[in-house]
Design a protein around this ligand. Structure first.
Ligand code: ARG
Length: 474
């Protein structure tokens, strides 16, 4: 018989129960459920709502149940409906009547809301750490590729030469914002909904703040309806995961391009590539493709949870049980993808000399010619037009910019002199950049130093600061 069954004449239909059962999903929150229950019991004891001896018996049995679950001894029977009922029924089985006091002044509505927040709190820290690991892998490659030159692109058309390190650091910056988003979310997550009871609060003399404090939370969600009805923090979390996945899929896409024969730039270690069952020569970047593909799951979860919450009247509705499907899907996929992206990058070598020669004298140095003329007082728009004509001429003759004789340059502008050819190498183009945050070796070095410091700090910070978001927020 279910824990709520006494007012019914008949027991719940088997098929309906199976349809309602969520234990396969919320069973994954058993640790959080027990942690929350223990904090609740301690408060009930302190407030003298239950006796110390009953409370202690419950606390002890809850710990035993935790072990039974982690050892696989307690079966997740779907007929038990959800993890809350399973644990409570097991408790009563173990210690009898005393176990029946656990749920005093509590509802499964505030209980699940708390479990989810405890879960999010833990996962935010894990995801942040995985992001830092990926950033470190990017930084390591950046340090190894401080002078590797590649073409930078816009519209996937060659634009200007850049240092590969510069390109990688762009990802470090993107991921840093992802981490900040999670850290900022922590201050909204780490609040306790417990004590809201079903929706209206309770007539028993509980102390909500003691529970929050005991759990290391920064306070309570005051309004009891809001406490049980809100799932905003889950939506935010899945949104933040979606942005991480979007970033990972851009990175994956580039890894896939770079490892193609046409680019021949990235060499993925054999242990992270796959072959074809038909074409013997194939070496495929499946891991990158899978990360790119798995984005669909996380975006799906975001739309899923937004759709569940849309139009729900206050307060709790059973629809909300489905939120955990999306929460767990997004969490697992994001963590797995971050881990794999890190491993993939750590197991990839880049061909440092792949592009430099090809880019010397190449049309992608046109902007350097424009800047040359601008430095000689030619108005920018005029210089742009002249260089455009030079480009057209080179295309017509199928030559590079550095193959056009100086006399011909002079026909476009008398400002052109022999020294123009010094500009026409990829490396010179990069070295000539002077603006802040540009791709010049000095600016890239500054960025590398900045991230080295930042990423070693972030680890120290995390160690002292498991869920105290206050210090975490920049
Ligand atoms: N398994 C439920 C969920 O995850 C717990 C809350 C059930 N509350 C209720 N009133 N049926 O949403």
């Amino acid at each position: 018989m279910a824990i709520w069954n006494s007012r019914f004449q008949k027991s719940f239909d088997k098929g309906a129960l199976k349809f309602s059962s969520s234990i396969d999903i919320d069973g994954k929150l058993y640790n959080e459920d027990i942690e929350g229950s223990k904090a609740h019991v301690k408060m009930l004891m302190k407030q003298k709502i239950i006796s110390t001896s009953d409370g202690n018996a419950i606390l002890k049995a809850l710990e035993e149940i935790r072990k039974e679950i982690s050892n696989g001894k307690l079966n997740f029977d779907w007929q038990k409906e959800d993890i809350h009922s399973l644990i409570e029924e097991r408790l009563v089985e173990k210690i009898g009547e005393r176990g029946k006091r656990l749920h005093t002044a509590r509802s499964r509505n505030d209980q699940i809301a708390l479990d989810e927040r405890l879960f999010l709190r833990k996962e935010i820290n894990i995801v942040s750490k995985l992001i830092t690991d990926f950033q470190k892998a990017l930084l390591k490659q950046a340090q190894q590729n401080k002078s590797t030159i590649i073409s930078g692109y816009t519209h996937l058309q060659q634009a200007q030469p850049i240092l590969f390190a510069h390109h990688l650091i762009a990802y470090i910056s993107m991921l840093q914002r992802d981490k900040e988003r999670f850290n900022d979310l922590m201050k909204r997550v780490n609040l306790s909904p417990l004590g809201a009871a079903a929706l209206a609060g309770t007539s028993l003399p509980i102390d909500r703040n003691i529970v929050a404090k005991n759990l290391g939370m920064n306070g309570i969600i005051l309004n009891s309806l809001d406490a049980v009805a809100d799932r905003d923090v889950l939506i935010e979390f899945i949104n933040d995961c979606s942005i991480v996945m979007m970033h990972l899929s851009r990175f994956s896409e580039e890894m896939i391009l770079w490892s193609s024969q046409e680019f021949s730039f990235a060499k993925i270690d054999d242990s992270f590539a796959t072959g074809s069952s038909l074409m013997p020569q194939k070496k495929n970047p499946d891991i990158a493709e899978l990360i790119r593909g798995k984005v669909g799951r996380v975006y799906g979860s975001l739309i899923g949870i937004l759709t569940i919450m849309k139009s729900l009247p206050l307060a709790y509705n059973r629809d909300m049980q489905e939120d955990k499907v999306h929460l767990l899907e997004a969490t697992t996929t994001t963590k797995d993808s971050l881990l794999m992206a890190t491993e993939l990058l750590n197991n990839t070598k880049f061909n440092k000399n792949r592009f430099e020669k090809e880019l010397d004298g190449n049309l992608l140095l046109s902007t350097d010619l424009v800047d040359y003329l601008v430095r000689k007082q030619v108005p920018f728009r005029k210089a742009h037009q002249m260089v455009g004509e030079i480009v057209a001429l080179c295309i017509q003759r199928n030559i590079k910019l550095n193959q056009l004789p100086i006399q011909e340059y002079k026909q476009f502008s008398v400002k052109f002199e022999e020294d123009v050819f010094e500009l026409l190498t990829a490396r010179k183009s990069i070295e000539n950049k002077i603006s802040q945050g540009s791709t010049s070796p000095q600016e890239v070095e500054k960025q590398i130093l900045f991230w080295k410091k930042e990423l070693s700090n972030s680890l120290k910070e995390k160690k002292q600061n498991i869920h105290n978001n206050k210090k975490n927020i920049k």
